[in-house]
Design a protein around this ligand. Structure first.
Ligand SMILES: [Zn+2]
Length: 254
C-alpha cells in the first residue's frame, strides 16, 4: 500500500502493536474503496489506494498541525457495483447487507476498545453509508460516525479540465499519477466517452436507477483521463488533505 509514499505512523497497514500500545488515538479513520475496472489504465484497487493514501496524509496533517491523533484502518476493499460493471472479470459486488455487516463489526470492535469517533473516507461513488450510519447511531448513540467523499470536498473545475469526470477520469488518474506513478501508463487509457442512458429521467437526474455500465461506456471509464497529470493530482490532494484533517480534528477534540 505504500509504494512510493512515505511511511505514516498513523497507517495501521504499516504499524505494529509495539508502537501503538501506549498511544492514545481520539479518531479512527476508515477508507472504503472498491474492486472494479477503471477504464483500461487504472488498477482495480484505485478507489482503495486513493482513499487510503488521502486518509493517511490527512491523519499525518491532523497530528502535525492540529494536535489530534487518528489511526487509519486498512481500507475496506469491496464497493457496491452497477450491472455491466459487476459482471466484468474480478469485479466484486458486496450486497448492502454485507457492507452493513462489515461496518457494524468494525464499529462493535472499536466500541469495545473504547473508541467513540469514526470517520469514513469514501473512495467509490457507488458506496452509500447514510442508512447504515443512521441505524448505527440508533444502536450506539454515543459513537459518532461521519462519512465524506474525498474527491468532492473541492470544486472539480478549479483543478481539472474534463467536463465529465465520474469514473477513471482526469481526477482519479491525476491522483494515481501523483501517489502511484509506477502503476500508470496513460498511453493505454481509453477516452472514457459517456453515452446517454436510455431512461431520460435518469439521464437528467430526476430519477435514479443503477446505470448499466455497458450501455454508457465502452472502456468502463466515465470521463476522459488524457489530460491527467501528476502535478494536477498533487495540487488537488494537497488542498483536500487539510480539509479532511480539519474534520478529523473537529471530531477528535470533543
Ligand atoms: Zn474510482
Amino acid at each position: 500500500m505504500q509504494a512510493n509514499r512515505k511511511i505514516s505512523e498513523y497507517d495501521l497497514v504499516t504499524q505494529n502493536w509495539g508502537k501503538i500500545k501506549d498511544e492514545k488515538y481520539s479518531v479512527v479513520v476508515l477508507p472504503w474503496g472498491a474492486v472494479e475496472p477503471h477504464n483500461y489504465h487504472l488498477p482495480y484497487f484505485t478507489d482503495c489506494y486513493l482513499s487510503h493514501a488521502v486518509a493517511c496524509d490527512s491523519a499525518d496533517y491532523a497530528n502535525e498541525h492540529l494536535g489530534v491523533k487518528a489511526m487509519v484502518l486498512p481500507p475496506v476493499v469491496y464497493g457496491a457495483q452497477n450491472p455491466g460493471q459487476w459482471n466484468k472479470a474480478f469485479c466484486i459486488h458486496p450486497r448492502f447487507e454485507t457492507q452493513k455487516a462489515i461496518l457494524e463489526d468494525i464499529v462493535h470492535s472499536l466500541y469495545r476498545q473504547g473508541f467513540r469517533n469514526l470517520l469514513i473516507v469514501n473512495g467509490h461513488g457507488g458506496n452509500t453509508f447514510r442508512p447504515m450510519i443512521r441505524d448505527l447511531a440508533f444502536t450506539y448513540p454515543d459513537f459518532r460516525i461521519l462519512s465524506m467523499e474525498w474527491w468532492t470536498v473541492l470544486p472539480h473545475s478549479d483543478y481539472f479540465e474534463a467536463e465529465v469526470d465520474e469514473h477513471g477520469g482526469e481526477l482519479e488518474t491525476s491522483a494515481m499519477m501523483h501517489y502511484y506513478p509506477e502503476l500508470i501508463d496513460l498511453s493505454t487509457a481509453g477516452d472514457g466517452i459517456v453515452k446517454p442512458f436510455n431512461i431520460a429521467a435518469v439521464e437528467n437526474k430526476k430519477a435514479w436507477t443503477p446505470r448499466h455500465w455497458d450501455a454508457i461506456t465502452d472502456d468502463t471509464g466515465l470521463g476522459n483521463p488524457k489530460k491527467a497529470s501528476a502535478e494536477k493530482g498533487k495540487q488537488f490532494v494537497e488542498d483536500v488533505i487539510p480539509i479532511i484533517a480539519e474534520v478529523i480534528a473537529e471530531l477528535g477534540k470533543e
